[in-house]
Design a protein around this ligand. Structure first.
Ligand code: AMP
Ligand code: MG
Length: 338
């Protein structure tokens, strides 16, 4: 029997908003929620300009979805994947997100690899028709993967024949950054947005205090703790977000480019905290693949983000810069890395 799960993002979102607390009577609150980018999206904006901004946010997300979808025949991604071997003209947003995501592919030593799409699709994580591919199939599909062979020149993107890319690892984060930009331009100074596990905060809560973000317990329904932040993106990649089970074994949607199987390097949830949603999104997926030891090594070397890692043995590791802002739930022990 096959069990499948596409995590109820709604539950997480509601909790995040509840944790955000209530504004005083002097503050207008605008809430907006809808489904896009294959996930539940919600935004809560405080202040007078919220309504106008909320409308623009939705428009922007739908526009970006139209560019980045791998399945929409009118998207830029579709054009890139169906012009493999040649040059595809794309919008500035598509060129930008691919260029920036490729930088993380490189920095992560290939743990992140946007050309894994044929492997992701073979597992059924695109159409939700899950299956365990044969080892030979995975091997042959992996021959047509290598992020270094994706070229972005101005508004032109090219991938070799037989290659296909997807931006599932960074698209929501990119959209989050765009939304923050729109809200700022509209004069909103306090807001929280959740794009299915990608939380982005603008400013502080209306009363000036930090937002409280619940970090999901990958083993259950609750939280491993709450994190206090302002003006930050908090992005989690979790094995619990999209998976199926067969014969008691869980197969999730984050793939290890070294063998084409779901990444199984000791991490079941990686949360990255930083200024850019896109960076945090790409990085959290990369850390999930890198695993516990390499992630810690990477963090010590770069120190340009903070992180919360949950290991498959239940250990919770928190980086130095957010250690004081993280309140673990009762019974959760935290290891500090510095
Ligand atoms: P996220 O939920 O942000 O961690 O991204 C997971 C999504 O990124 C998957 O649904 C795939 O579309 C894609 N993906 C899976 N494994 C990788 C990988 N190693 N590198 C890049 N993208 C990946
Ligand atoms: Mg990601």
């Amino acid at each position: 029997m096959q069990k499948q799960n596409k995590k109820s993002a709604a539950a997480l979102v509601c909790a995040a908003i509840m944790l955000a607390g209530c504004a005083g009577p002097e503050n207008k609150i605008t809430s907006s929620s809808f489904i896009a980018m294959d996930t539940y999206i919600s935004a809560t904006l405080y202040g007078d300009n919220g309504k106008e901004a909320a409308g623009k946010i939705k428009e922007e997300i739908l526009r970006l979805e139209g560019l980045f979808s791998v399945t929409d025949e009118k998207s830029d991604l579709w054009r890139i994947n169906h012009t493999a071997g040649g040059n595809a003209r794309v919008s500035p947003d598509t060129a930008e997100i691919i260029g920036k995501t490729l930088e993380i592919c490189e920095k992560s030593g290939g743990a992140l690899d946007i050309t894994l799409y044929p492997v992701v699709a073979e597992w059924g994580f695109t159409g939700n028709e899950y299956k365990i591919p044969g080892e030979d199939i995975l091997k042959s599909l992996l021959e047509n993967t290598d992020y270094r062979r994706v070229k972005v020149t101005g508004d032109t993107v090219s991938v070799p024949e037989g290659f296909q890319i997807d931006l599932g690892a960074s698209a929501k984060g990119y959209a989050g950054d765009k939304i923050i930009g729109i809200m700022k331009a509209e004069g909103v100074s306090s807001a929280i947005v959740n794009l299915g596990g990608n939380v982005q905060t603008l400013g502080a809560k209306p009363d000036g205090s930090d937002w409280n973000i619940g970090i999901q317990d990958p083993f259950g329904e609750g939280y491993i703790g709450t994190l206090r932040v302002k003006d930050k993106a908090v992005v989690t990649s979790g094995g619990y977000e999209r998976y199926f089970e067969e014969n008691g074994k869980r197969y999730w949607h984050i793939i290890d480019p070294s063998d084409g199987y779901p990444a199984d390097n000791g991490i079941v949830s990686a949360t990255v905290i930083g200024d850019s949603g896109m960076f945090c999104d790409a990085m959290s997926t990369a850390l999930f693949v890198m695993g516990t030891d390499k992630s810690q090594e990477y963090w010590r070397k770069h120190r340009d983000f903070e992180m919360i890692l949950v290991g498959d043995d239940g250990t919770v590791t928190v980086s130095e810069g957010i250690y004081e802002s993280f309140s673990p739930s009762e019974g959760v022990k935290v290891d500090l890395i510095k």
